[in-house]
Design a protein around this ligand. Structure first.
Ligand SMILES: *Cc1c(COP(=O)(O)O)cnc(C)c1O
Length: 423
């Protein structure tokens, strides 16, 4: 199946007499006939559902669709994108470990890695993702366990050189995790460029309608944990909490997701509700159509902003001459996303007047859904960051993040124009 078909039909394949649309298995628990059958499930000796805190059939169908879209071997849904990124890292790092992440990542992930995980004894070094590989190599330590980046960074819309990062990670015998939220597998499949694990905030384009918060982790199955057994004891030595199962031996390419489900989901319980997974699936059915329209509209808006004398600067990877244009051509040939960043001449004061004058575009703490919206990170999402941290993350104090929706491009531009007329 090609991508468009996977969006519509991947995951749920009904048999005779079963519902055409994926049903919501709104049940916390599942019935078995004998206690032996149930016992085998708990020993991971048999496959099956027993409690929705760990797994649910609706969720698994949707995870399977996303897995097919990314070209992975196993996937799981989580309650949010934050949970997905936390699980993705915590599944391989423990207290005393270190990892490397791009400093341009989403503010929420930056805080999770830099503050909360630090309290758990896991240290993250943030790096400038535009540095050459030799420079980036200097940040590795003996206890470095992984490298992390975003295909398109939120909110600065920089494109990650995935091949450079994959080469960097693999030459130090660690996996590369890529948060592919903005690009979605419709526009980029990081596994094709060497990423080992992909994460998503499904809250964004995948849901697409600002309906439900969710996340997803997909494993390519390509990283050989056993080859570096000393580094990854959680996957390569017996798990006492599962009767001594060694995940990498028992589950092969499925080891990483099995461990994250059996251990992390069991203990931390950040499962997506089946109802939200059902909404997510409906969103995914039109993802391929929406991404195309988002990109078309965003390019039209980016060109309009670029030509506007009141605009100081515009970042949009698909715009010819943009500093990310070459990377976008390589990794995102069908378009990047509907998100762009720009600054208004006159700074903070003019920006606020401009934003308050908009009618069709709304100021909301969201991005990447059908309706055009915008946000000023310095006063909203990133307000916990110091000016120094903001600049280090490449977030200019005047940066406005515009998420271009799938309305008519002329109407979006007319709304921006009437707001510009007021400043
Ligand atoms: C929104 C976002 C997240 C966090 O996802 P939630 O679903 O809000 O928890 C993580 N990464 C990126 C790139 C995001 O845009």
């Amino acid at each position: 199946m090609n991508t468009d078909t996977k969006c519509v039909q991947g995951g749920w394949t009904p048999h005779k007499g079963e519902p055409r649309q994926l049903p919501v298995y709104q049940s916390t628990t599942f019935k078995y006939d004998t206690s032996e059958e149930m016992g085998k499930l708990f020993d991971l000796e048999a496959e099956g559902y027993f409690y929705t805190r760990l797994q649910n059939p609706t969720n698994d169908s949707v995870a399977e669709k996303i897995c097919q879209l990314e070209g992975g071997v196993a996937a799981m849904l989580t309650s949010s994108g934050q949970a997905a990124n936390f699980f993705a890292v915590f599944n391989i790092c423990e207290a005393g470990d270190h990892f490397i992440a791009s400093s341009s990542i989403y503010g929420g992930t930056f805080n999770l890695f830099g503050v909360t995980m630090k309290k758990m004894g896991i240290e993250c070094t943030f790096v400038d993702q535009t540095l050459p590989e030799e420079e980036l190599a200097k940040y590795f330590k003996p206890n470095t366990k992984l490298v992390f980046g975003e295909t398109i960074t939120n909110p600065t819309v920089s494109v990650l050189d995935i091949e450079k990062f994959a080469h960097l990670a693999h030459s130090h015998s660690v996996p590369l995790i890529v948060d592919n939220t903005f690009a979605t597998p419709v526009n980029c499949r990081p596994f094709e460029f060497g990423a080992d694990i992909v994460t998503h905030s499904t809250t964004k384009y995948m849901d697409g309608h600002a309906v439900s918060v969710g996340g997803c982790i997909v494993d390519s199955g390509n990283f050989d944990w056993m080859k570096y057994a000393d580094k990854y004891p959680g996957l390569t030595t017996p798990d006492d909490s599962y009767h001594g199962i060694t995940y990498a031996e028992r589950f092969g390419k499925g080891a990483y997701i099995t461990k994250a489900t059996a251990q992390l989901m069991r203990d931390l319980g950040s499962i997506q509700s089946p109802q939200n997974a059902f909404y997510l699936n409906i969103g995914l059915e039109s993802l391929h159509l929406r991404m195309k329209k988002h990109c078309e509209n965003a390019l039209a808006v980016a060109k309009y902003l670029k030509a506007n004398p009141k605009v100081a600067w515009v970042n949009y990877p698909d715009l010819e001459g943009d500093e990310n244009y070459e990377l976008a051509k390589k990794y995102l040939p069908n378009g990047s996303s509907g998100v762009l960043a720009f600054g208004i001449k006159g700074g903070r004061e003019e920006s606020i007047k401009f934003m308050d004058s908009l009618k069709l575009a709304a100021i909301v703490t969201h991005v990447a859904d059908a309706k055009t919206c915008l946000l000023h990170p310095a006063s909203h999402t990133h307000r916990q960051m110091t000016d120094e941290q903001l600049l280090k993350a490449g977030v200019a104090p005047d940066l406005i993040r515009l998420s271009v929706g799938i309305e008519d491009a002329e109407d979006i531009i007319a709304d921006l124009q009437q707001a510009f007329d007021k400043i």
